[in-house]
Design a protein around this ligand. Structure first.
Ligand code: HEM
Length: 508
């Protein structure tokens, strides 16, 4: 017994000394000069950060910004996270060529997304980004419109069929299926038909994986290494099961596409064409083919590398767009005058030709639609925050961020900064008209991030959204029953509407 007490006391003393030395280190002193919520020894702020996605957003993006300012720090165990939401600070971080790697937050996504473009660092990221950029070439994107239109038509059809039962429809799952079908076909070359076929396990699992990944990051369990978390905890086992579902889905996509290419080879040898300069003049080419071609040319690219990219693009290119569409329709439903103005602009553009799909050339004529899209994603950014790892010390105002700190760019809080968007909580599309945008700080509005590591799919996403929204707004009028107001945001990795988005829909 005496030995046990002695040993426990000894461990306690060692831990206290270790903690005291850590507290006195220049890293901790530099971080703790930045204001932030009080921390608990060893655990930091993990207990003070709400698990619930809506409260999480309100606490980190509203309450603590009001309390501590547009730069504040939190601790996750021994990891320092500096949250910033002023454009000047954001510009310093996002324009850096050095501080472009992702923070430890993203390590928690690795069992799911592997070392794909979103998570990779250093030379691997540079090489992959160079390889994948041609797939998003402006001229190639024009060829994707056919896929956007076909899937938007299916969506319109589905809504019309549902209207016979009820005018109120939760549009969020419908958007999710539509964008999943589009990304699978446009980027992977495979039709998965989740709009027309029954419940998609993939969609259910992707929701759960996001929710659980965010929950894990800010819980004590998140401090456990992967091998303990996934094998010994019930939540780890559940998360592992959902990740497995996602991987099986993307593996099937990869295998199916390989098979298609094999079959096509006998008729057409274009797959062997390695001249990338011809990309822009060829018909649309799924980005997955680029990876398969590269692997075939003998470059080091294993099946698991390709799978990580497929997982990454399926995630990054599907949910981000479906929530942007969903929040946009919410803004229209709650702002009938603005909705009518968009409709009038569409009538002016398309006239009586109600069946004509939009083309790339129509888009410059739809300026008010674009202002509404920007205003909606300002208020409801699909990615409410993202992070960078500090690998070269940086000065933000009075504070020095040492190497090893993590920076969280708080897009939600940044977009609601009164200094740049007066009356920030109101939906005012005019803010984005040319005259009103002049002089606004270029980093005050960054829904797709900015700088060298911005969203590679930005143009693709905007075209896709426009094609879908134009089809919907020409056909339907959207409103919302007041009993649902306001629809709250919930933060997983993507910012979704808590409890779906039930809208009242009528035919025009
Ligand atoms: C409304 C739609 C979208 C929004 C709001 C959005 C937003 C973002 C943001 C904020 C980032 C930076 C994330 C970070 O640094 O951690 C990002 C990165 C990325 N996005 Fe998007 N995105 C959208 C659609 C898409 C689409 C359609 C694709 C693919 C087809 C895509 C692929 C990617 C990839 C691969 C990255 C990582 C880029 C890199 O690190 O080099 N995104 N996106």
């Amino acid at each position: 017994m005496l030995e046990f007490v002695t040993l426990t006391s000894l461990i306690f003393v060692v831990l206290v000394i270790w903690y005291w030395l850590w507290e006195c280190s220049s890293f901790v002193r530099q971080i703790d000069r930045i204001p932030g919520p009080p921390k608990v020894p060893f655990f930091g702020n993990v207990f003070g950060i709400p698990r619930d996605g809506s409260e999480f957003l309100q606490t980190l993006h509203v309450k603590w910004v009001e309390q501590y300012g547009r730069i504040y720090r939190t601790w996750r165990g021994g990891t320092a996270i500096v949250a910033i939401s002023s454009p000047q600070y954001v510009e310093r971080i996002l324009t850096s060529q050095k501080n472009i790697d992702k923070s430890s937050y993203y390590a928690i996504m690795e069992p799911w997304l592997g070392n794909g473009l979103l998570l990779s660092s250093g030379d691997k990221w540079k090489k992959d980004r160079r390889l994948l950029t041609p797939a998003f070439h402006f001229q190639i994107l024009g060829d994707f419109f056919e896929v956007f239109h076909r899937n938007a038509d299916i969506l319109v059809e589905k809504i019309i069929n549902r209207l016979t039962d009820s005018e109120e429809i939760d549009i969020f799952p419908m958007m999710s299926r539509c964008t999943l079908d589009i990304i699978s076909e446009a980027a992977m070359g495979i039709k998965v038909n989740t709009q027309t076929e029954s419940d998609s396990e993939y969609i259910k699992s992707i929701d759960r994986v996001q929710e659980m990944t965010r929950g894990r990051f800010y819980s004590v369990l998140g401090l456990l290494p992967d091998w303990i978390y996934f094998s010994l905890t019930p939540s780890g086992r559940e998360l592992g099961k959902h990740i497995q579902t996602l991987h099986s889905f993307t593996m099937k996509v990869l295998r199916d596409r390989k098979q298609q290419i094999e079959n096509a080879k006998t008729d057409d040898d274009s797959f062997d064409d390695s001249d990338e300069s011809k990309m822009s003049t060829r018909k649309r080419k799924p980005f997955l083919d680029l990876l398969l071609e590269t692997a075939q040319r003998g470059t080091e690219l294993s099946e698991s590398d390709i799978l990580s990219q497929v997982d990454t693009f399926m995630f990054a290119g599907h949910d981000t767009t479906s929530v942007a569409l969903t929040w946009f329709l919410y803004c229209m439903a709650t702002h009938p005058e603005e909705q009518e103005r968009v409709y009038e602009e569409l009538l002016e553009c398309f006239g009586d030709d109600s069946d004509r799909h939009c083309a790339l050339e129509d888009l410059p004529n739809l300026k008010y639609l674009e202002c509404c899209m920007k205003e909606s994603i300002r208020l409801y950014p699909s990615v409410a925050n993202f992070r960078r790892q500090i690998s070269e010390q940086v000065q933000l105002g009075d504070y020095t961020l040492p190497v090893g700190a993590s920076v969280s760019i708080q897009v939600y809080a940044l977009h609601r900064n009164e200094e740049f968007f007066p009356d920030p909580l109101s939906f005012k599309p005019e803010r984005f008209q040319k005259e009103q945008s002049i002089g606004r700080h270029p980093f005050a509005f960054i829904p797709f991030s900015a700088g060298p590591r911005n969203c590679i799919g930005q143009k693709y996403a905007v075209y896709e959204e426009k094609a879908i929204l134009i089809a919907l707004l020409r056909k339907f009028r959207f409103s919302i029953d007041k009993c649902h107001l306001p629809v709250k945001e919930t933060h997983g990795i993507i910012m979704k509407p808590a409890g779906g988005m039930p809208l009242l829909i009528t035919l025009r």
